[in-house]
Design a protein around this ligand. Structure first.
Ligand code: MN
Ligand code: MN
Length: 287
């Protein structure tokens, strides 16, 4: 367990509506590892901010949030994912909202699995992550969306994508029942128009799980990444997505930050800020 706690996440577990936890695991990361250091980097960065979020008239000191520390991790991917699943399932069954700080993107799969079938999935990512397996590992971070689509949801939206092999782009064309918005689409159409389309697409959904792979953001705004990909989204557009979808989201994660490559703490600060924005937007929408 970490000694460090995310700012204003001091409520006892039993009273908390939001439960934050880290998963310091980057075992399948292909290009540059190091996302294991991101949970504590975001915790540290979270003390940079005022507790009051003016856009929502919410003070995070008034929002019951608990940081339960870090999930146990193992050398084995499968064992680590099982541990994340059990921990997340416990939070979901207790009627609370899990906020997972990765670690790498493979960790999102067990978080989504902890929710009832029929939960929609919205992901912000530079990468399609649609491979059936990568380097012999099924639950590799490059495969997370494929397994979520095939095993966990019928409603899938991806925003900010701009990278993947030919077969993955063919998968996109072959599956018009899912929604893929590239970062160029976001630039051309504007995020508000895309959010309106997504609202219509998700109108039958009771709830979604929202996942932020930080490399959705352009690396000039978020240099501390495992797999940086230029021509990405602006932090403002990412924030618009999070604020807009938070009321429908029953769970959230921020993954793939690699603090070793961060220039100072730019990316960890952004990750911590977006978690705080998610909490404020979600809290404001709760009865
Ligand atoms: Mn990803
Ligand atoms: Mn990615």
């Amino acid at each position: 367990m970490s000694n460090n706690v995310f700012a204003e996440a001091n409520a006892p577990y039993d009273e908390a509506q939001f439960v934050i936890y880290g998963v310091p695991f980057d075992g399948t990361s292909s290009f540059r590892a190091g996302s294991r250091w991101a949970p504590d980097a975001m915790r540290k960065a979270s003390y940079n901010f005022e507790t009051y979020i003016p856009e929502f008239d919410v003070d995070l000191e008034d929002v019951p949030t608990h940081d339960m520390g870090d999930c146990d991790t193992y050398v084995s991917v499968d064992e680590t994912l099982e541990e994340v699943y059990c921990l997340t399932k416990g939070i979901v069954n207790a009627g609370k909202i899990p906020i997972m700080m990765g670690g790498e993107h493979s960790l999102t799969y067990p978080c989504v699995k902890a929710f009832p079938k029929g939960t929609g999935f919205v992901v912000l990512d530079a990468h399609l992550d649609l491979r059936p397996e990568y380097r012999g590992v099924k639950y590799n971070h490059a495969c997370v969306s494929r397994h979520v689509i095939e095993e966990l949801t019928d409603k899938y939206v991806s925003i900010g994508v701009r990278s993947g092999p030919r077969e993955e782009w063919k998968f996109v064309r072959d599956h018009p029942e899912y929604r893929f918005y590239t970062s160029d689409d976001v630039c051309a159409k504007g995020i508000e128009a895309i959010l309106q389309e997504i609202d219509i697409y998700l109108s039958g959904c009771d709830r979604i799980y929202l996942s932020l792979d930080m490399d959705a953001v352009d690396p000039s705004f978020a240099p501390g990444l495992g797999t940086p990909e230029p021509f990405g989204m602006t932090p403002r557009d990412v924030r618009s997505v999070i604020r807009h979808l938070a009321p429908l989201a029953a769970g959230f994660d921020v993954v793939e930050i690699s603090p070793e490559y961060d220039c100072g703490e730019i990316t960890s600060v952004l990750g911590a800020k977006l978690i705080r924005d998610f909490i404020a937007a979600k809290w404001k929408s709760m009865p």
